[in-house]
Design a protein around this ligand. Structure first.
Ligand code: KG4
Ligand code: ZN
Length: 334
């Protein structure tokens, strides 16, 4: 198949449907957002206290075409202006991933465009290329999302070495569980972030340092909070939120800086939904002693601009996908 390449002003359509956000975006040359459309299902899932996979895929079916049309309209581009279609094909919920993957295949096939499967976590990392700051290698990526807490050494585009990961709960998952314990609702991360601003970290909670390893563990701090709650020893919810947040942020920041120094990186990149946490952002920038790139909050949580940005770099490296590309719910980054 012959594709139209121009290598300047390359416009990649990105599609994301791995969890509970349906998103489409057009990004030029991997760095310039022409459009970024997102519709969240968070209110639908909130009544169940978490994402219901079957409901999520059906919502994606309803939203994906309107979101795609909105992304094309906002970018002011026609189908023939596109140079490729990038889509998340893992990790995530199988039924949800299939919706985005099949729409991407349909567009690619109809318009004779290259299809580019993107790892959702790699997409989160590439949100940093949309932050308007030049990224230099080697960089250390802290990926903190609903399903991951990873410290990854990035030596070049597409070159990842996993330094550490969570041994139990991911950072976002821990925020969500803590919010449930404190009755702050779902999703928990933004709720804890907000409550913590009204409180002080006065409650002593444990930190799992796991010395000699860059792995994380957040189940202990969550259990400690649960035990205090069950004993009725939480007099102030805002103070409890601030204390929990402090325990998580302190470990994330300390270990990230240790790894950045040991591996002599030139920059720290932060990615994933938890990267929109204000305390984490402020503390890392304050303590790192080296350049820290953190995308604006709307690019930290799930979006398709990051998928299009990553898709551009994969495409430039010749990493396109076949039309029979499958979705891989447990896809790994490294
Ligand atoms: O990256 P993301 O949008 O989806 C996944 O790929 O998992 O991350 C979602 C996670 C949720 O656990 C949510 O509670 C957390 O990110 N989160 C936050 C904040 N905003 C979202 N956690 C802490 N503070 C926030 N402001
Ligand atoms: Zn995500």
């Amino acid at each position: 198949m012959h594709f139209r390449y121009n290598f300047r002003r390359m416009k990649i359509l990105g599609i994301e449907s791995s969890c509970d956000e349906t998103a489409a975006a057009v990004v030029e040359d991997g760095v310039k957002i022409l459009s970024n459309q997102i519709v969240s299902q968070v209110e639908i899932h909130a009544r169940y206290g978490g994402v219901v996979p079957e409901v999520a895929s059906r919502q994606h079916i309803l939203s994906i075409i309107p979101i795609l049309e909105r992304a094309m309209l906002e970018a002011k581009v026609g189908w023939s202006d596109l140079n490729g279609v990038a889509v998340t094909n893992g990790p995530g919920l199988a039924g949800s991933l299939l919706v985005g993957a099949n729409v991407a295949k349909a567009v690619a096939m109809a318009r004779g465009l290259p299809l580019i499967g993107v790892n959702h976590l790699e997409g989160h990392i590439y949100a940093n290329w949309l932050a308007g700051i030049k990224v230099t290698f080697p960089a250390l990526c802290l990926i903190v999302s609903g399903g991951h807490s990873d410290l990854v050494l990035m030596r070049d585009h597409g070159d990842y070495y996993m330094l550490g990961r969570t041994r139990d709960d991911a950072a976002g998952e821990a925020f969500d569980k803590a919010a449930r314990i404190l009755g702050l609702g779902y999703p928990g991360g933004p709720a804890i972030d907000k409550a913590a601003r009204e409180g002080a970290a006065t409650i002593k909670l444990p930190r799992a340092w796991l010395k000699g390893s860059y792995d994380f563990s957040f189940s202990g701090v969550k259990t400690a909070l649960l035990q205090l709650s069950e004993k009725g020893e939480i007099p102030n919810i805002n103070d409890a939120a601030a204390s929990f947040q402090e325990a998580v942020v302190e470990v994330l920041v300390t270990k990230t800086i240790e790894a950045a120094k040991e591996y002599r990186v030139r920059q720290i990149l932060v990615a994933g939904g938890v990267a929109s946490n204000k305390a984490l952002r402020n503390r890392l920038i304050e303590k790192a002693g080296m350049p820290v790139v953190i995308p604006p909050p709307v690019l930290c949580t799930d979006n398709a601009a990051m998928i299009a940005a990553c898709g551009y770099y994969r495409f430039m490296a010749g990493k396109t996908s076949n039309p029979d590309m499958d979705v891989i719910p447990s896809m790994k980054l490294a």
